[in-house]
Design a protein around this ligand. Structure first.
Ligand SMILES: [Zn+2]
Length: 214
């Protein structure tokens, strides 16, 4: 409280002074392009993802429209060293949807090199907070990213066998319903490659949750 006098909490969008534990004032929060989806198999994200891989349920908190505030927040989370924003995304989600029948939350890993450069995985705090709120365990050990990025993957293609993929599942996910979380759903290729790796194992199911879809 004392510190508030000197360093008041300000809205990330308009700099209005706001109460602690929030990141936007009410007016700016109103402007966020929330999807109003349910966590189900029918919403537009679920429809899109189902073309690439079998999913149970899907959810996106935001829909990106051109240059909007949600996009700006996500950009800050990813590149602006503002990892705390992930926590607020988790709280918005918790206010909006029920998540049931999930055994484990799993986030898309960064390649260690990228992790070192950025200093954090933008999904870690977000995922941990979701895990805490929904009381569903999070597993940071299930996946390993094999290649730095797509270009690297292409380049390394000559040196690896055809069966090797972008991600490896390094723990057995047998009999589990996994909720894969990522920041943005664009082509869906990343989540699809992970989902197919998981679904190779007996009696597994995959659902997806992203901060935003475009
Ligand atoms: Zn504001």
């Amino acid at each position: 409280m004392f510190l508030d006098l000197f360093f008041p909490n300000r809205c990330l969008a308009c700099e209005e002074i706001i109460s602690a534990n929030t990141i936007l004032c009410d007016i700016c929060e109103e402007k966020l392009s929330f999807s109003h989806f349910k966590f189900d198999s029918e919403n537009p994200l679920a429809q899109k993802a189902k073309l690439l891989f079998p999913i149970e349920q899907a959810y996106a908190l935001f829909i990106f429209k051109e240059e909007n505030l949600a996009q700006n927040l996500l950009h800050r989370l990813k590149y602006g060293d503002q990892e705390f924003i992930g926590k607020h995304f988790a709280h918005w989600i918790f206010d909006k949807i029920k998540i049931t029948e999930i055994d484990e939350i799993v986030s898309v890993p960064l390649h260690p090199k990228k992790l070192k450069r950025r200093g954090y995985n933008q999904l870690t705090l977000f995922g941990n907070e979701l895990s805490k709120l929904y009381k569903i365990p999070i597993n940071h050990q299930l996946l390993k990213r094999n290649f730095h990025n797509k270009a690297q993957a292409q380049k390394d293609k000559q040196h690896r066998t055809e069966t090797e993929s972008l991600f490896s599942v390094i723990e057995n996910p047998e009999n589990k319903h996994i909720l894969l979380i990522d920041d943005v759903y664009t082509t869906g290729n990343t989540l699809a490659s992970i989902a197919w790796e998981i679904l190779k194992h007996p009696n597994t199911k995959v659902s997806i949750l992203v901060v935003a879809m475009d």
